[in-house]
Design a protein around this ligand. Structure first.
Ligand code: GLC
Ligand code: GLC
Length: 628
């Protein structure tokens, strides 16, 4: 019996290895083929995959099978994500178990536990400076408790996403410590230089991610006499992905985590993984080869697992993370739709959707293969104004001028703005100014409350719900960032926390307000209204399979610069989604809707028929409608 099971298992592995062979080996040949140890590397990689598969728990193997049979599981309309810091949401991992009813009440089927692996002590960039990938942050709990949470989530049909930081480790990681001691094997895991000449040569074409608090891209360590590549903070050492040993180590880590019950690996800061002199060292072709190869490894040894790639870059540079050209259908299953997020904020500030319609209509295909977007309005990071000069010019705007306007608007200093936010990493050299702030505060709620202005408060609530309705309908998995379902405001307390004071992103990383949450079903305050509205949006999404991510998204020109429109191309007929980015009532001709293929004129979002008056439908301020 046992022997039969083992050989069936071996056979499954062999089939999966076969299935993905052409996705894997050509990438590795290209990346590492010239390396003297290449043959050994290939043998070791196959051994690693086989070992991870053998160690995979039986319930996860069942899930593998199930997802092989239902490969669209992550594209379905019942997927809705929630993103939180374990400590800020629930104290500890054990605490998370007590909050699952809350998440279910909201309609959540996917959770992203923000960095939860063991970080360096002190400032750890919110946990993105990892010193041990095989241990849970002791402040949150143990690996056994993590597995308990994973199992509990799985029992409720909630997928689990965690971060895997690929670009760098903490300088306290065991590899880094050995490297600092002079161990050549481990020095080759990082990018280390004996003199400043090469760093200087690279630096000429690099941008700075944290120009304020971590200027430059290299750090000199006199005690061991090296210049180390540190794109982000000084304590985050970039890994040398040109070294196949690094690839192998990370595959081991990746599958170790997969076997603990993770469904989605959020691969952090992937754009920076490959360095080439004379370039920005972002999104180089090799990055996509590495990511395709990693994806193939998961698909062989843990096929239930998918990859979410974090590349916060301009529209043209972002799409390849979902697999373009020869990587089509083989790279990230998910990638953040940064442009949708940026354009939402841009249109909200200008009350004009021309740029949004242009960017989303020109740069993105209607459908993607084996992939979809992670759609979001806010996350734990700042907002960078990724609008190119060319796109701005197409709509008669100056790129630098528009980006500066957006920063001023959301910092809260532009005359007439409704937003309250803060600058992040203003860079006088490039004019680049990024923005921090919570969804609700950037959307006007904080100012409205402080002015005691009830109608402004109502507009802010409508803006928030329009944002949630936009990401729920666009195509992809909508990700709600913790607190945004309760209209959480900016948290200015971070300025008093020594490890956070230098980083304004903590403005929008508040602790969960469980008092507000407890009151969510009562009263008429912003929290209760936004919770009810968000819950309703997710429920309506779930009820409408037409929003499945495999159905294309076609951007439409509705002929009114205050409105944004797209059609979801379902086989049962299109769903035309409309969003009013102004505080005025706007008409849309019923004939225009009919010309775009919707005849019943039923709003799937409110689940009511659309009212037609003299051939027009009227959209109230910040309206959202999904018309079928
Ligand atoms: C990602 C994270 C960000 C972090 C950076 C460095 O972009 O989202 O919070 O600072 O990577 O790890
Ligand atoms: C990284 C950082 C994020 C920043 C982005 C673009 O993703 O984590 O904060 O906005 O790079 O520079």
């Amino acid at each position: 019996m046992a022997k039969a099971a083992a050989s069936a298992d071996d056979e499954i592995f062999a089939l999966r290895l076969d299935r993905s062979a052409n996705d894997l080996w050509p990438m590795l040949d290209g990346l590492y083929g010239g390396h003297p140890d290449y043959a050994t590397f290939c043998t070791n990689l196959e051994k690693t995959l086989r070992k991870a598969w053998a160690a995979r728990p039986a319930d996860l193997k069942r899930l593998d099978l199930r997802r092989d049979l239902e490969p669209d599981w992550f594209q379905r309309a019942d997927m809705a994500g929630y993103v939180f810091y374990i400590d800020r949401f629930a104290g500890t991992l054990k605490g998370v178990l007590d909050k699952l009813d809350y998440l279910e009440d909201l309609g959540i089927s996917y959770v992203h536990l923000m960095p939860c692996l063991k970080p360096r002590p002190g400032d750890s960039d919110g946990g993105y400076s990892v010193m041990d990938y095989r241990q849970i942050n002791p402040a949150y709990g143990t690996m056994a408790e993590f597995e308990e949470v994973a199992t509990a989530l799985r029992a409720r049909g909630i997928s689990l996403c965690i971060d895997l930081v690929l670009n760098h480790t903490a300088k306290e990681h065991a590899w880094a410590k050995k490297a600092a001691k002079g161990d050549a094997r481990y020095q080759d895991y990082y990018l280390m230089f004996d003199t400043p000449d090469q760093p200087d040569a690279y630096a000429r074409s690099l941008v700075e991610v944290f120009p304020d608090h971590a200027p430059g891209n290299f750090t000199h360590y006199p005690d061991f006499g090296k210049w180390v590549w540190t794109t982000f903070n000084e304590h985050q050492w970039d890994l040398n992905w040109a070294n196949p040993k690094v690839f192998l180590e990370i595959v081991e880590v990746m599958l170790f985590l997969a076997n603990r019950g993770v469904d989605v690996l959020r691969l952090d800061a992937v754009a920076f993984m490959w360095k080439r002199l004379g370039t920005r060292c972002q999104s180089e072709p090799e990055v996509h080869m590495i990511l395709q190869a990693l994806r193939a490894c998961s698909r062989i040894a843990a096929p239930a697992v998918i990859h979410l790639e974090e590349a916060i870059v301009g529209p043209a540079e972002m799409l390849p993370y979902l697999g373009r050209g020869r990587h089509d259908g083989k790279e990230g299953n998910l990638a953040y739709h940064n442009s949708l997020m940026v354009q939402f904020w841009s249109s909200l500030a200008t009350r004009n959707t021309d740029l949004m319609t242009h960017v989303l209509g020109t740069h993105f295909p209607e459908t993607l293969r084996n992939a979809t977007y992670a759609t979001y309005i806010r996350c734990h990071d700042d907002i960078g104004w990724a609008v190119t000069d060319e796109d701005a010019a197409q709509k008669g705007l100056s790129g630098p001028g528009h980006r500066a306007f957006l920063s001023d608007f959301y910092e809260g200093i532009f005359p007439g703005t409704f937003a309250r936010g803060a600058l992040f990493q203003a860079n006088p050299a490039t004019g680049d100014k990024r923005i921090s702030g919570s969804f609700a505060s950037l959307a006007g709620l904080e100012q409205a409350i402080s002015h005691g202005d009830v109608s402004a408060e109502d507009l802010a609530i409508q803006r928030i719900l329009m944002g949630h309705a936009l990401i729920a309908a666009f195509g992809g998995i909508p990700l709600i960032y913790m607190g945004d379902e309760l209209a959480s405001l900016n948290d200015y307390g971070y300025r008093d926390v020594p490890d956070h004071a230098h980083d304004s992103r903590w403005l929008h990383r508040p602790r969960m307000d469980w008092y507000l949450a407890a009151e969510r079903h009562h009263g008429v305050g912003p929290a209760a209204r936004v919770f009810a509205g968000t819950k309703h949006i997710l429920a309506r999404r779930r009820a409408n399979p037409a929003l499945h991510a495999q159905n294309g998204t076609r951007i439409l020109d509705v002929g009114d610069s205050g409105l944004f429109a797209f059609a979801r191309l379902a086989p049962t007929g299109p769903v035309v989604c409309l969003f009013n980015f102004t505080e005025n009532w706007r008409p849309v001709a019923a004939d225009w809707l009919r010309a775009n293929g919707v005849s019943a004129l039923h709003d799937l979002l409110s689940d009511h028929p659309v009212e037609v008056t003299a051939g027009q439908i009227w959209l109230p301020p910040y309206a959202r409608a999904w018309i079928a």
